[in-house]
Design a protein around this ligand. Structure first.
Ligand code: ZN
Length: 410
């Protein structure tokens, strides 16, 4: 399948108008691989048509990144140069719309010492984090995808037209076809998610209990008053409604950091820092991951959990029914944007302060006091087994079925 320019334009327009929702006079910061320069041109044009004042592009390259990790010293890669910091600082003033088009080769860094990768990420993130905190909840952003040859080959190693197959899947999950009205379909989809989120909020569950036959047996406490959210959000500065992830199927909240017990068994491999962790489970005690087992990537998983003091605690729990179109595609995308929308998941690391009432105005420290985890990592892993059941505990002690057999109980 070769994708027609008409379809590509439709997709680019959806990302710009329905996804990040560029408003007249806004600056746009686009992050995209050099390999995707043709699609970048379509996105840039759509941004200007939507009234963008200026579109800046951060070009990325898997090849460059691999060469850097192969040849450059760790301290050189770890250093955030003054101009890089100035650029982030500028962003805290401009508050641009940010568009990220992912197309990464999941194996781009395979064979590189995981210690080197995590050390570089750790020191760079530490410098960048204050700036990221400063724009958090104050700008519109969207992550969407575009196939690349290597990514497609990873998903479909034996296919003749791997890229075509990946395109087909991506467009299916973002609800773009030749003759549909994707804007109307996204409206219906986001309405459904909002309805479920409203129900969860009305239940005011104090905790959730997870069970499935693969060994998942887990309880997590929720923060009183913290909201379940999904699909879209509003930029509080201009009221623009944007959809940060395309596709998106999840309804999520941040649980009480440090208050969970039991074992979560992953049902899909995880691609982290371009390396694979597979066949794994994580056991929590007093809210902290105290042990983990992986058939593949044990060392990497251990590193991840120890990235900083709070990387061992949860920052997110998310509900996704197994009927999700991502799951229906029936293959692993090796990309969190898709794989986390296949089924229920949890994330280690940073939580979302905006789920708290007035959360946007809280500092990270204030949010932490209220139970929102903070860390330099945020890594989603899938726990949505086909027979997963989840019960919600109400403040009066009654139990309400939330999920049965991997999908909404009602
Ligand atoms: Zn999530």
């Amino acid at each position: 399948m070769s994708v027609s320019e008409k379809l590509l334009r439709k997709y680019a327009e959806l990302i710009v108008r329905t996804g990040v929702n560029v408003q007249p006079g806004q600056i746009v910061q686009l992050t995209i691989s050099v390999e995707q320069h043709e699609f970048a041109a379509l996105v840039i044009e759509e941004c200007y048509k939507a009234g963008a004042k200026k579109v800046n592009v951060d070009w990325t390259s898997d090849v460059q990144s691999r060469l850097n990790f192969t040849y450059a010293q760790q301290d050189m890669l770890s250093a955030v140069l003054p101009w890089e910091e100035a650029k982030m600082k500028q962003m805290t003033e401009d508050l641009p719309c940010r568009i990220f088009i992912v197309s990464d080769d999941p194996d781009a860094l395979s064979g590189i010492d995981p210690q080197k990768i995590s050390a570089v990420m750790q020191s760079r993130s530490a410098v960048m984090k204050p700036y990221r905190n400063a724009i958090e909840g104050r700008h519109q952003w969207v992550i969407a995808a575009h196939p690349s040859e290597k990514w497609a080959k990873k998903c479909f190693p034996d296919a003749q037209d791997a890229e075509g197959k990946l395109w087909e899947a991506i467009l299916r999950t973002v609800r773009v076809t030749d003759d549909n009205d994707p804007v109307a379909e996204w409206k219906a989809h986001t309405d459904f998610i909002e309805e479920k989120a409203a129900w969860l909020n009305s239940q005011a569950f104090t905790s959730l209990e997870y069970k499935s036959s693969n060994g998942t047996d887990f309880t997590v406490e929720l923060i009183p008053g913290a909201r379940w959210e999904g699909a879209g959000m509003k930029n509080p500065l201009n009221d623009a409604f944007y959809i940060p992830n395309m596709p998106t199927e999840e309804i999520f909240t941040s649980p009480y950091a440090g208050k969970c017990e039991g074992t979560l068994v992953a049902v899909k491999p995880l691609s982290w820092n371009s390396q694979i962790i597979d066949g794994f489970s994580i056991t929590f005690k007093d809210g902290k991951a105290v042990s983990c087992r992986a058939e593949q990537g044990q060392e990497l998983l251990e590193k991840m959990i120890k990235m900083d003091e709070c990387a061992c605690m949860l920052g997110e729990v998310a509900l996704v029914p197994k009927e999700s179109p991502v799951n229906q595609c029936g293959f692993l995308f090796y990309e969190t944007l898709f794989d986390e929308n296949a089924c229920c998941h949890c994330a280690l690391g940073m939580g979302f302060k905006e789920v708290l009432p007035g959360g946007d105005d809280l500092t990270v420290e204030q949010a932490q006091e209220k139970g929102i985890n903070d860390s330099i990592i945020h890594v989603d892993f899938m726990v949505g087994a086909d027979d997963l059941s989840i019960d919600g505990m109400k403040p009066d002690g009654t139990k309400v079925p939330v999920f049965r057999n991997g999908t909404w109980a009602s």
